[in-house]
Structure formats: C-alpha cells, structure tokens
Ligand binder design. Structure first.
Ligand code: AMP
Ligand code: ZN
Length: 481
C-alpha cells in the first residue's frame, strides 16, 4: 500500500518514496531542555511517534534522530538565573523528558544527540560555509549566514523576502517572519554567556540553535535524508535556516519530506511557556488524568489541525477508552471459554473491513479520525455479536488480535495479552469445562456440578457468564498444598 504524506515543502500530499528501499531516515527536532516539556511539546512528539509507528506498521525500518538542545539562549539564561553550570541545569530536564516520553508510550529514537557533544561538527560546518562565501564574520566576532547568497532562502516557509532589510542581522535564536535577516551560526562570547563557551577558529563562543540541527542531522542521517519534522512553529526560522545551512554547504537537497504538526491550543491560544497557559504531564496527573488518556487525547485529531486541549476532551477520551476496555474484557472471557459452547462466528467480515479502513486511513497522511472510526466500527459489531451470543472463541481471538494490531500504531488500547485466555488453560481443564457445558446444555446438572468440583480440585474456578463459561485459576493455592 502506498503511504502519502502532506509535504510542507510542496504544500501537497505526495506518495512517500524513501531514498533506500524500506529504510527511512527521520530527524525530529527535540526539546530545549531548559524546563519541563509541556503538553503542547508532547503533541509534536506524539505526532512524530504516530509517524514512526505508521512507517513500522507498513514494514519500514526507521532510523530516527532526535536532538537535545542543551545549549541555546534559553538554557544559558536558565543556568545563569539558577547560578549553576549549564550541564547541571539541563540534566534534570533531560531525565524528565525521557521519563515523560516513556509514560506517553513514545517509542525511543535510535539516536538522541546532545548539542554540547557535537560542537566540533558544528564548527566544521560553519567553516565550510565560510569557505563557500555564504557566511561572514561580523565586527563582534560572530559568524552569520548571508541569506542573499542562498537564492532558495524562504522556499519552505514562503517567507516574504521583500521585507528583508539588506545587511541586517539577527542574533537571537528565535525571531519572527518580519525580522527575516542574516542569522547567527556562531555567537561570539559575551558577558551574558558566563562560563558557557567553546574555543573555535574565531575565538571563544557558542553555536546558534539552527546550526545544531543541521550538523547533527547530517552526521547521523547523511547529507540528504527522507523526513524532517517538528511543530509548525519550527518551520520559520528554524527549518528554513537548517535548509539554508545544509544545502549551501553540500549543494544537495537536504530533506525530501517535511512534516509539521499544528498547534495544541488552550481556549484558542497556542500553548506556550511565554504565554503561561501551559501544563505539563505532572500537572495533568495531579488532576487525576492517566498517561494513556493523555496520549489518546493527543491522538484524537489530525496532526495538521489545531487541537483544542480541554478537560472535556480528556473526559470524552476517558469514556471511550473505558468502553473499549469493557469490550476487550468481554472478548477475553469469550476466548477463555474456548470451544465450550462454540456458536457460529460472525465477526470475520467486520474484522476484515475494519482492518482495511484502518490501514487505508492511516496511510493517507496519518488520518487518525479514519483509524478511530475503524476501531469503533469493529467495537460496535463485536459488542452487538457478543450481546446475541454469536461470537466464537476463534472470532473473539481474531477481533482481539485486530485491536492489538491497531494498537501497534495507537498504543492506547491496552488489549489484554493472549496468554491469559484459552492458551493459558491446560488441555485437561479445557476438556472438563467443555464436558460441563455439554452436561448443562443437556440439563444434567448433577454431572455439571461434579465436574465443577473436579475443576476446583485442579485449582480452577468455573463461572457462567452471558458470554459462556469462563475458567480462572482459583485465587487460593490448589488443594493439597
Ligand atoms: P521547543 O522546546 O520550544 O523547541 O519545542 C519542542 C517541540 O514542540 C517543537 O517541535 C515545537 O514545534 C513543538 N511545540 C511547541 N509548542 C507547541 C504547541 N503549542 N503545539 C504543538 N507543538 C508545539
Ligand atoms: Zn531542530
């Protein structure tokens, strides 16, 4: 099946063709570790996880690189205010980031390069740019990229170059579109930097934020790679500047597919540290929300659309997951009553239909709404069939397996593993339950009761549920122990 992604570069959906067979190189801009990541940041990381899991679902082998920005304007300011060295300041936020990512079931990237471990690579790249005449030294000893030497500047963000003020420079890592100007590759040390500096051919200083991602992505993924992602706010200036630096240095296309997620908003406003309208995973947990509910809420809408994150959304998500949990429970019980009173299966078509809709939706630019619709359609059919006792143990297992398959991408469904079901019931026990069910059907309750006692003696309790007989290990130790 073809996968299609909306490529921010061309502003169109394109069939995804990796550079090399089923291998995919993917770079995802990581956190600036100056504070705890907020739930808006996690929207971006969960979107990237959805992308990664989708590629894996379709058989691609992904090499994902996610950087840790541990030196930039914000981290330096934070360390200075706290009066501690930069690495001491960033360390706890790095750790918190990894533990939050694991809690949100985000698969680990293959490489997490930290900017401070890659200063020589950045210096080398800046030297190349100086050698090519696209970078220059300013009077204070900083090195700037000259955007008028790179005719393609603006091709990703379609920034209006007419508003560019010739010869003007911007030293800050973050700036708005109306300040498009030559940007800093290397910032000469000044007093504000305190003891944060590295030696370079141009004297002591530190790298700009944008050069970090160019140097680290190309080091681990090559000069041209498949996918680069981030939140939409990364498109300008960060990704635009990454393209300029990388392509000016190599003369090659830097990235083939650019994917950006929309904002997570609160009451219509982008969640951000600067607006103060943010909450972290910790805040949400304190209010009683579970990690998987938060992940599911982050996956409730299309990644390119704005996501309004609210209490209401979390409540809805909780109730959806709860009703799915109930279904998985029923299906599991059906499985563990395996072959005891097997009705004709009727879920085969529903399973096949849902599988098809799920795969087609997710392959269409990660359409999660379509994928969720497939989950709900199968859930509805399964509940209906269970209500009328039309689900064979085999079909129940098939349905559970299908939900497990969906969960390789969604990672929120918590389908019980198969081991607790019929597979975990010894053959002797299964055949006793089967004989008991047959006896009950024949209204031979004396035999049925005798078999129930026999099962108890073996350490198994049998119960009759609307979905059939279920056996579970008796809570206490088996007799004789
Ligand atoms: P930062 O640590 O600010 O560099 O952000 C890390 C990632 O989170 C980047 O990919 C940003 O684009 C993304 N991001 C920040 N705020 C939001 C938000 N409110 N909604 C979606 N993504 C965001
Ligand atoms: Zn980046």
């Amino acid at each position: 099946m073809n996968i299609r992604f909306y490529n921010s570069m061309t502003r169109a959906k394109e069939v995804f063709k990796p550079l090399s067979g089923k291998r995919v190189g993917m770079y995802t801009c990581g956190p600036t570790v100056y504070n705890f990541a907020h739930i808006g940041n996690f929207r971006a990381y969960v979107f990237e996880d959805l992308l990664r899991r989708t590629l894996e679902f379709f058989g691609y082998q992904v090499t994902q690189v996610m950087n840790l920005t541990d030196v930039d304007d914000k981290t330096i300011r934070g360390a200075k205010n706290a009066g501690i060295p930069l690495d001491e300041y960033t360390e706890p936020y790095k750790n918190a980031f990894f533990s939050d990512m694991a809690a949100l079931r985000v698969e680990r990237a293959e490489v997490y390069p930290a900017a401070t471990d890659h200063i020589p690579e950045m210096i080398e790249l800046i030297q190349t740019l100086l050698g090519k005449g696209v970078a220059y030294k300013s009077p204070d000893g900083s090195i700037y990229f000259s955007i008028d030497k790179f005719p393609d500047y603006g091709k990703l963000s379609k920034v209006d170059l007419d508003s560019q003020r010739a010869g003007e420079r911007v030293k800050l890592d973050e700036y708005a579109k109306d300040s498009v100007a030559d940007f800093a590759l290397w910032k000469a040390w000044d007093e504000d930097d305190g003891d944060v500096f590295w030696e370079s051919p141009w004297g002591k200083g530190r790298p700009g934020w944008h050069i970090e991602c160019s140097a680290m992505s190309m080091k681990y993924l090559g000069e041209t790679f498949d996918i680069h992602t981030g939140g939409i706010d990364n498109m300008f200036p960060h990704h635009e500047d990454e393209i300029a630096q990388s392509e000016a240095a190599t003369g090659k296309t830097f990235v083939n597919y650019w994917l950006h997620c929309g904002y997570l908003v609160v009451n219509g406003e982008k969640m951000s540290k600067s607006l103060g309208n943010f909450f972290t995973l910790r805040d949400l947990r304190e209010n009683g929300w579970r990690d998987r509910e938060i992940r599911a809420a982050l996956l409730s809408g299309h990644y390119r659309k704005m996501l309004d994150f609210s209490e209401r959304l979390l409540e809805q998500t909780r109730s959806v997951l709860k009703s799915l949990d109930g279904l998985f429970d029923r299906l599991s019980r059906r499985v563990s009553s395996s072959s005891f009173d097997t009705p004709e299966g009727s879920l085969g078509d529903a399973v096949e239909g849902a599988g098809k809709v799920f795969a087609e939706s997710i392959a269409d630019d990660l359409n999660v709404a379509g994928a969720w619709a497939a989950v709900h359609a199968l859930a509805k059919q399964a509940n209906k069939a269970l209500d009328s006792n039309e689900v064979s143990a085999r079909d129940a297992e098939l349905a559970l397996d299908t939900f497990r398959k969906f969960d390789r991408i969604l990672a929120v469904l918590d389908v019980p593993s198969g081991d607790g079901g019929a597979n975990g019931v010894p053959g002797e026990v299964a055949s006793l339950v089967e004989r008991r069910s047959a006896a009950r059907k024949a209204k031979d309750f004396a035999s049925a009761d005798a078999i129930r006692d026999e099962l108890l003696a073996l350490g198994w309790t049998v119960k009759d549920t609307p979905d059939g007989a279920v056996v579970t290990p008796t809570a206490t130790s088996p007799p004789g122990k």
